[in-house]
Design a protein. Structure first.
Length: 293
């Protein structure tokens, strides 16, 4: 059977079809689910019926409007754990939904492609918002006219190699971490070096989780690091963290800390609000020259 055969089969009114969902997380993990009562295999993936996953009516429209739906599930499948949802491992995951003839999986048609948005949990179940492919069209793009840099630290526009040992430090926890503050060796870095940077788990069960660094202070030969929020799952002793240098996006920091002013993406000579209402004054300099000093 082919896709055309599927359409012909659906036109008969007496169908033997089901839905299948593939969830592809950002860490590469692929999960398959189906509302059929037996497993189905295609696209190199087994779609299992045990997950208790179902979807509400799919909506689609012409033009650039955003299509979305939601998926409902029960936290009974070992592949979908409350801890993984709390840790954000399903945030932004790609979702593909097929309509499939369960007796010949070659007869199938994609009904929806998109990503997982907001996930809510209650009573041992979860509901995940599914955003269509047009969702990125709602995001603002382009440069912002500000004094601060518009680039993200380490991205293509910034150009700084944050993998350089001068900008990162690995630390192995010597005790469990459940809060948002921990102490570590100073590593030879200046006070505040990692403030506004990133703390990532690079080894351990929580590998891949990240949190932004709020503060970084040197005290009594140690470095006291404060995160904006605790990790969503507790970290154990011997888990390894990687701290990446932070950037406050000021021109002076770009020069002194990263030696990268040529790639600075801010507007350092942007006039202030007082210039907008400025008028010539008899006691001022009225030569027609630049008002920016």
């Amino acid at each position: 059977m082919s896709r055309d055969d599927l359409f012909a089969h659906l036109a008969t009114g007496a169908t033997h079809s089901c839905r299948c969902w593939e969830v592809r997380r950002l860490d590469g993990v692929r999960l398959g689910f189906t509302d059929h009562d037996l497993p189905l295999v295609f696209e190199g993936l087994t779609f299992t019926p045990q997950g208790g996953l179902s979807a509400r009516a799919l909506t689609s429209s012409a033009g650039l409007s955003v299509d979305n739906t939601s998926a409902l599930g029960i936290l009974s499948d070992q592949r979908i754990s409350e801890a993984d949802i709390a840790a954000g491992r399903f945030d932004g995951a790609e979702v593909t939904v097929w309509l499939v003839c369960w007796d010949d999986v070659a007869a199938r048609q994609v009904q929806f492609r998109g990503t997982i948005g907001e996930i809510t949990r209650a009573g041992g179940a979860f509901e995940a918002e599914l955003n269509g492919l047009a969702e990125p069209l709602n995001q603002p793009v382009g440069r912002t006219y500000l004094r601060s840099c518009a680039a993200l630290p380490g991205d293509a526009a910034c150009g700084v190699d944050l993998g350089d040992p001068a900008y990162r430090f690995d630390h192995v926890l010597d005790q469990p971490l459940t809060g948002a503050t921990f102490a570590m060796p100073d590593g030879g870095f200046a006070d505040g070096w990692f403030a506004q940077g990133l703390c990532e788990v690079v080894a351990g069960p929580a590998k891949g989780l990240r949190q932004a660094i709020r503060s970084d202070q040197l005290r009594d030969g140690q470095r006291l690091v404060g995160l904006w929020a605790p990790f969503p799952v507790p970290l154990a002793a011997q888990d390894r963290l990687r701290l990446t240098a932070g950037c406050d996006r000021r021109a002076a920091t770009c020069k002194a800390k990263f030696d990268n002013f040529l790639n600075f993406r801010g507007f350092t000579d942007m006039p202030g609000e007082d210039w907008l209402v400025g008028v010539p004054r008899s006691g001022g300099v009225n030569t027609g020259g630049s008002l920016v000093r």
